[in-house]
Design a protein around this ligand. Structure first.
Ligand SMILES: [Zn+2]
Length: 198
């Protein structure tokens, strides 16, 4: 991984000095304003898309930007959501889907995931998204991406930490879709779950 060493060296030489003051403050303060939940896809880089500095986004990335609905018991996504909302007190939560999503494509096209059973099981968290997108017959990937963002926002609202913050008017939920080919970000209309925060 030679390019990593080169990148780290360039970061320390060219990037860090220009932001030394910011990093000095961040050394003792962690107060991001936004929880950004995006896909693990390497082409969807939250800080690049939003042009935000270190310290601004608390990021959770999962395959398909899926947020399992709340269930009793701990898991990494739930812990991250709860920490961001309850402990850090973020004011905004973004769920960001994207064009050409591998997870959504696999679901829309019914790919055989027999060799990746964990992926297949994880993608079940998009069952509702798929069910809605499938009304009328064939599933369009772009339509599924949008339905999935809405479904994950609804799932998010089932988490007690989010439900409490929504009821108190302390957090707003947003659904985005990033287009890789043209760099646009579309904000989806407020859904029932996001409207709770209006
Ligand atoms: Zn994706």
């Amino acid at each position: 991984m030679p390019h990593f060493a080169e990148g780290i060296a360039r970061f320390q030489r060219e990037v860090f000095p220009a932001k030394a003051g910011l990093f000095a403050r961040l050394a003792t303060v962690h107060r991001p304003g936004t929880l950004f939940i995006g896909c693990s896809d390497a082409r969807v880089v939250p800080e690049l898309i939003t042009q935000t500095d270190p310290g601004e986004l608390f990021v959770i990335r999962t395959a398909g930007n899926l947020v399992p609905a709340h269930t009793p018991g701990a898991d990494g996504v739930t812990a991250g959501v709860e920490y961001a909302v309850t402990v850090l007190g973020v004011r905004d939560v973004v769920v960001c889907g994207h064009s050409a999503c591998g997870a959504m494509t696999a679901l829309a096209e019914g790919h055989d995931l027999g060799s990746a059973p964990a992926v297949a099981a994880w993608l079940r968290h998009a069952d509702a998204s798929l069910a809605r997108a499938a009304v009328g017959g064939t599933v369009d990937v772009a339509a599924l991406v949008r339905e999935n963002v809405a479904a994950q926002l609804a799932n998010l609202a089932t988490h007690p930490s989010v439900a409490r913050a929504l009821a108190a008017g302390e957090v707003r939920l947003h659904g985005w879709v990033f287009d890789i080919a043209d760099g646009t970000v579309e904000e989806l209309p407020a859904t029932a779950s996001t409207a709770l925060a209006a």
